[in-house]
Design a protein around this ligand. Sequence first.
Ligand code: DX5
Ligand code: ZN
Length: 230
Amino acid sequence: MTLDPSIKIAPSILSADFANFGAEIRAIEAQGADWVHVDVMDGHFVPNLTFGPPAVKAFRPHVKTVMDVHLMIAPVDPYIDAYAEAGADILTAHLEAGPHIHRTLQAIRAAGMKAGVALNPGTPAEAVAQLLDLADLVCVMTVNPGFGGQKFIDMSEKVRALRRMIGDRPVHIEIDGGVDPSTAPRLAEAGADVLVAGSAVFRGGSVDNPAPYGENIRAIRAAARGALAA
Ligand code: DX5
Ligand code: ZN
């Protein structure tokens, strides 16, 4: 398997209109989103609640690209089959969510999905050293998870260390939190290829006025590509 090294922009629907997810997903894809990032929060692992498997299943028919499901829940394992059934393409669990992340990643792949492991800002790159053959994606959190619109925490050095550790394995590095055209370049330059963005994509637009979504997506992509070309 080879990895697509191009920059992918993954809008987080945490910043969408919660009464209108289907139309919001269709709008961001029409405006150039590469993946759709779906933030699942349980009010326990993180201090906020969003939605669970039935909602994610309802999103599925609207997603024509890649449904990238980020679980901010603990425990994870009892819900893996439900997210497979809901149609997740990638299922990402937090390393900090329990003592058995190795088992969790195996179980996600066994359920037919790509497996991601997410790292809170306080968790070092080295924590995934034994997991890189079990993971398709490492998500580097650049905020403490739980809310959109938080201040960016620079994790460029962690990204650089991870890209070095990953070597030629086909593993994506995804960045989540505070990504915008000003923070994207240093992350792309350090080796990230998937940029999640909530507020920086949805700001200024709506399903009735989706053009700003496209402008925002293109601005982030151009900033990231600019750093690679430099
Ligand atoms: C935070 C979520 C993020 C969030 C990013 O816990 O995992 O996906 O939506 O939002 P912004 O881009 O606004 O920081
Ligand atoms: Zn997320």
